[in-house]
Design a protein. Structure first.
Length: 203
């Protein structure tokens, strides 16, 4: 069986796309945009309000994608891996935490001054215990995603991978996540897992 991209979700510029189809659009600030997406698509998490904005963005996008796939539930906890990347690391939260130092430092914000916390939120909610990696680069590097994901599958422990770009700094945000699996059957939303198709997702 060959690896395929079995689904993808994008949250950017006030728009939500699922497998290339527009599901929601609103020209509003990012915090309000995420609130509306969470309400409209019933994205649930007991601590969602306490997350930083990077985690909210990545978690929301991941949950919408995973709900559309459904079949990730067939995998054992250690069979699902995650590979995320962005350009600003946790700077959006770092700046917010720095402002609190002028009065009383916020422990709630300090907890999120690492970009990989978004991976933790997704893994804890879904019970994923496979490999996870958060990269920082100027732009999404399709070849890097391709190589790392192939290596994960080659170790014969990873059976599915959630990967992509999750970037937010101020009002600029872009989250594009995709799922990679080795499905037994091909569906209309599946595309070949290769560098060209990964690049197309990030365009």
């Amino acid at each position: 069986m060959e690896k395929r991209i079995t689904g993808y979700c994008q949250l950017k510029n006030g728009k939500l796309f699922l497998n290339g189809k527009s599901l929601f659009e609103a020209d509003i600030p990012v915090d309000e945009f995420l609130q509306k997406i969470v309400a409209e698509f019933e994205v649930k998490h007991p601590r969602f309000g306490k997350m930083d904005r990077l985690s909210k963005l990545g978690y929301t996008c991941a949950e919408i994608l995973l709900k559309s796939l459904g079949n990730f539930k067939q995998y054992q906890p250690y069979e699902v891996s995650l590979v995320f990347a962005n350009a600003s690391s946790s700077l959006d939260t770092d700046f917010r935490f720095q402002k609190t130092l002028e009065s009383i430092a916020s422990p709630a914000l300090f907890v999120y001054t690492l970009p990989n916390l978004v991976l933790a939120e997704i893994c804890i909610k879904n019970g994923f215990k496979g490999e996870n990696l958060f990269l920082v680069s100027d732009v999404p590097e399709a070849n890097l995603f391709f190589e790392i994901i192939n290596q994960m599958f080659a170790q014969n422990t990873t059976k599915a991978c959630l990967a992509g770009w999750v970037e937010i700094l101020g009002e600029n945000y872009n989250c594009t996540l995709f799922a990679v699996e080795m499905p037994k059957d091909n569906s209309e939303n599946q595309i070949e897992f290769n560098i060209t198709n990964i690049n197309k997702l990030f365009e």
